[in-house]
Structures are given as structure tokens and as C-alpha cells.
Design a protein around this ligand. Structure first.
Ligand code: ZN
Length: 497
């Protein structure tokens, strides 16, 4: 039977695997996707190749590791073959509709291969950043307040009392009253993206197409659509409460213990963002069905990374660790005329995503792709031995700044049962048994599971050697040149801090 022709890739920022119904979440975040899962291949252990956004997407789009061109290169290199460029060269209409993530922009090469590229950043080109820089947060205090705070901190407990009073003061008096969720939201909501994409689809009927949508609804600050809160049974959370919760959750002056008290409410806001994405994916699928495109379209839903809610004491998704809530994401592949097979539990690295998707629609991958298709294995529900490699630069919360990019690497080797995390800043390694310790709270003792440790360390070493040996120096130089030109252009203007 003929393979599907077209491809839709839906990426949801910050969507962790354990917050979707089809992977076992108890709350109704994804009723539509749960129904779609019945006719899809659901990859149980999809593992991104890096986190957050800027360390994740190079693998998804170009099938190579995020640090393959060196730590100083962020994004896609000029002229690099991508999912979009390969399909465009094969005659596909290509359109990208991305909800205003500053890292998925022309500056970082993500328009490569797209005939239409809408990143919704037009009005605020250099709006910063994807990651809340909690660790180095500068609170918005005036100088006098900073001095007063410093003085009060010398007095012990009074210091934290001062912080609390000041925070409450800002919330109640200094901030204008919150009007509505729509006014508070930082990114276009999924309905806006789907509407634009629908119009583009209508113009391109008759050609095979590749459509990429990126949703930001679950991303912080958490301001979901009110309708989604109602659908989730949280209609009582109004805009001013949400504003308070977001400010509280963002506080740099209190520890996890005190943040914990609002954790559930913050998760309710995040979950409603997921629910809205689900409802708008349903609208998109309706459009495809109505245009008689659905039965010729491979439809893929996934995420670039997860989100932490104090699981390991942290918030948001800064690149400091590679625990499951950050690197394990949903991956649902609905490909027409594909039988739903038993599902493999082997870790599926996003290095292999682009070649797998191309294979599913019968298109050959370019030689520069480092991964290879797992399409046959996924269809048959087969397992494989190969662990997934994940990497990022510790503390690089603002890659607009070159100096942030040059920190030490954090490298993860995620097997089916065991996971090794290696932090180059401290030369420490932690091995976890995800079966007996799914929360990754008890690293195994250094003399436990020695053969696994040895195997994974060898795999990590091989990855580092291959990264250097396979480096395309020409591409690397092109990417560096692009960076220098941008730095130049910005040298007389304000560089985002
Ligand atoms: Zn992201």
C-alpha cells in the first residue's frame, strides 16, 4: 500500500511524558491525543538529545547532537540539511508556525528549508529567554531596597521576613491588577497558531507538504486559556491568582520547602496549557480530515523537553541536570495504514527522529544525518540495546551570550533500566536504576553495577570521540561567522542580558 505523503510535526514546549493521558497521567490533559493514541505508535521512552529548546532541536531537525559543532555553536548551521530542507528539495510545500520561542528563529537557522516561516517574534525580535534564570536571578529591587535587604539579612531570620514582606508588598500594591489571562500571556496560544497553519494548508492543497507547529502554552509564565482551566475543573483559578502564583513560583529568595505550598496550583496552570494544546490539535486534525488530507498524512506529536516542578528541587527547565522530568517526552506517531504493534520500551533517542519520520513517508535521509531510521523496529514493536545520549552545557541559561555557552558539559547515557549522568564541571558521575528508583533520588554506590557503569562510560567516551571526529569544520566555521556577524550588528545596540 502507498505510504503517507505529507508530514505534520507538532512540538509542544515543556511537555513532560508523565503529564499526558496516553502515558498514564491521571488528570484529563489530553483526551483528544489519548483517542488518537489508539491508532498510533506511542513511543514509551522517547528521550531528547539535549535540553532545553536550543539543545534539543538540532537533533530533531538535523539528526545530530547539539554540541556536534562545538559548545559555541547554538542552533542549526547555515546550509545544514534538515527535515524541512530535504522535504522541500523533494517538492514539498513547507511551512513552520512557531509560537514565539526566541531560539526557534531565523537567527539560529530554523527557517532552513521552509517556504513559509512564521515565528511570531516580529514585534519583539530579541525577546529573551526561554529559560528562567533562577539561579542567577536579579530581583527587581531598587537600590535602596537592595541595601535594606542586605542589612536585614545580617540579622538572620529577619532577612527572610523582609523578603516576604517585600514580595507581598510588590504583589498587593506595586503591581497593577491582573486583567485577564489573555493580557498576561507571553506567547500566542495554540488556537492562533492552528488558525494560521490552517490558512496555509488551504493555500497548499495539491502538493505534498511538511507542516511544523510549535506550541508554547505549557511554558512559563503559566497563563493558560480560561476555557482550558474550566475543562480541567479549575475554573476558580482567576487571572490575579495566576499572576500571584507565577510571581511566587519565580521567587529566587526562598527554598523548595516554601515553594512546595503552591506547587499543585502551579501544576494546575501548566496542565491547563497542555489541555489547550490538545483541544487545538483536535481542531487541526479536523481541518486535515475536512480537506481530505488526513489519510495521506503522517502526524507526529512530541516535545522538546520537559519541565520540573521541584522533582529534584528545581523549577522550569534550566540545563543543570538531565533527570527524567526534563528529558523524557511524549512521542506519538500516527501514520495511516500502519498497524498498531506491541510497543517497544527501549529508549528512543531523538537523534533518530528525523530519519525515522522520513522513512515513514518513504523519503531517503541525507548523509549528514547521524541517526538512522527506527521505523521498521517501531512498527514491529522490536527492542534494541542502544542507549540514548543526552547532552547540554551546565548553566547555559542564556545562549544569546557567548560566555554562557562555554561552561562544562553534562552528559547522560539513558538505557532501558539504568541511566548514567556525567557532570564535567565536577567530574562526577551518578548511576541510577530507574526500575527500583524511578524518581532518581538514590544514585547507586560506586561499586554497584560495575559492568553497567563501565559499558555506559565507554559509550559516553565513544560519543565524545565521535563528536570531534565527525565534525564538519566548514559548517562549524559558517556557524561561527554567522554568530560574529550578529554580535557585530548588536555591538552598538542593547544585547539581551
Ligand atoms: Zn523549550
Amino acid at each position: 500500500m502507498a505510504a503517507a505523503k505529507s508530514l505534520v510535526l507538532v512540538t509542544v514546549d515543556c511537555l513532560r511524558a508523565d503529564h499526558v493521558g496516553f502515558l498514564g497521567y491521571a488528570r484529563p490533559t489530553t483526551p483528544f491525543l489519548d483517542s488518537l493514541a489508539g491508532e498510533s505508535i506511542v513511543v514509551q521512552n522517547a528521550i531528547v538529545a539535549g535540553a532545553p529548546t536550543y539543545y534539543s532541536f538540532p537533533a530533531m531537525m538535523a539528526s545530530r547532537f547539539p554540541l556536534a559543532f562545538g559548545r559555541d555553536v547554538i542552533g542549526l548551521a547555515p546550509g545544514e540539511s534538515t527535515l524541512a530542507s530535504v522535504l522541500n528539495e523533494s517538492g514539498y510545500a513547507t511551512g513552520a508556525f512557531l509560537a514565539g520561542n526566541p531560539y526557534l528563529s531565523r537567527r539560529f537557522g530554523y527557517d532552513t528549508g521552509f517556504e513559509v516561516f512564521r515565528d511570531f517574534l516580529e514585534s519583539s525580535v530579541d525577546r529573551v529567554p526561554d529559560v528562567e534564570d533562577v539561579s542567577q536571578k536579579v530581583t527587581r529591587r531598587g537600590r535602596l531596597n537592595t541595601a535594606l535587604a542586605a542589612a536585614s539579612h545580617k540579622l538572620g531570620p529577619i532577612g527572610s521576613f523582609y523578603d516576604e514582606v517585600y514580595f507581598q508588598y510588590c504583589q498587593r500594591l506595586a503591581s497593577p491588577p491582573a486583567e485577564s489571562f489573555d493580557a498576561l500571556r507571553s506567547f500566542p496560544s495554540a488556537d492562533v497558531i492552528v488558525k494560521e497553519a490552517g490558512a496555509w494548508l488551504a493555500e497548499n492543497i495539491g502538493r505534498p507538504f511538511f507542516l511544523w507547529l510549535h506550541f508554547m502554552d505549557p511554558h512559563s509564565p503559566y497563563y493558560p486559556k480560561e476555557e482550558a482551566l474550566r475543562l480541567m475543573g479549575n475554573a476558580g483559578l482567576d487571572a490575579s491568582r495566576a499572576s500571584y502564583l507565577n510571581s511566587y513560583w519565580n521567587r529566587g529568595d526562598i527554598g523548595a520547602n516554601r515553594l512546595q505550598r503552591h506547587r499543585e496550583a502551579v501544576i494546575a496552570l501548566y496542565d491547563a496549557g497542555v489541555r489547550w494544546v490538545d483541544s487545538q490539535i483536535a481542531v487541526l486534525v479536523d481541518t486535515l480530515r475536512g480537506s481530505r488530507l488526513w489519510e495521506d498524512t503522517a502526524f507526529v506529536v512530541t516535545a522538546d523537553h520537559g519541565e520540573e516542578f521541584l522533582d529534584h528541587g528545581g523549577r522550569y527547565h534550566p540545563p543543570t541536570k538531565l533527570s527524567e522530568e526534563l528529558i523524557h517526552v511524549p512521542l506519538l506517531l500516527r501514520v495511516p495504514r500502519t498497524a498498531k504493534a506491541a510497543q517497544s520500551r527501549s529508549p528512543f533517542s531523538f537523534l533518530h527522529l528525523a530519519p525515522t519520520l522520513l522513512d515513514a513517508i518513504n523519503i531517503a535521509s541525507p548523509g549528514s544525518f547521524r541517526g538512522h531510521s527506527h521505523w521498521t523496529k517501531l512498527q514491529k514493536g522490536q527492542d534494541w540495546e542502544e542507549p540514548a545520549i543526552v547532552e547540554c552545557i551546565r548553566g547555559c541559561t542564556n545562549p544569546f551570550r557567548g560566555d554562557y555557552r562555554m561552561g562544562a558539559r553534562v552528559l547522560g547515557v539513558r538505557g532501558g533500566r539504568y541511566k548514567l549522568e556525567f557532570d564535567f564541571s565536577s567530574s562526577t558521575e551518578s548511576l541510577f536504576d530507574l526500575q527500583t528508583d524511578p524518581g532518581e533520588v538514590r544514585p547507586l554506590d560506586s561499586n554497584e553495577q560495575k559492568p553497567v557503569r563501565k559499558l555506559f562510560l565507554e559509550r559516553a567516551r565513544r560519543h565524545l570521540v565521535e563528536s570531534v571526529q565527525s565534525r564538519d569544520e566548514g559548517r562549524r566555521l559558517d556557524a561561527r561567522l554567522r554568530e560574529l556577524q550578529l554580535e557585530w550588528a548588536h555591538s552598538n545596540t542593547k544585547i539581551p542580558a
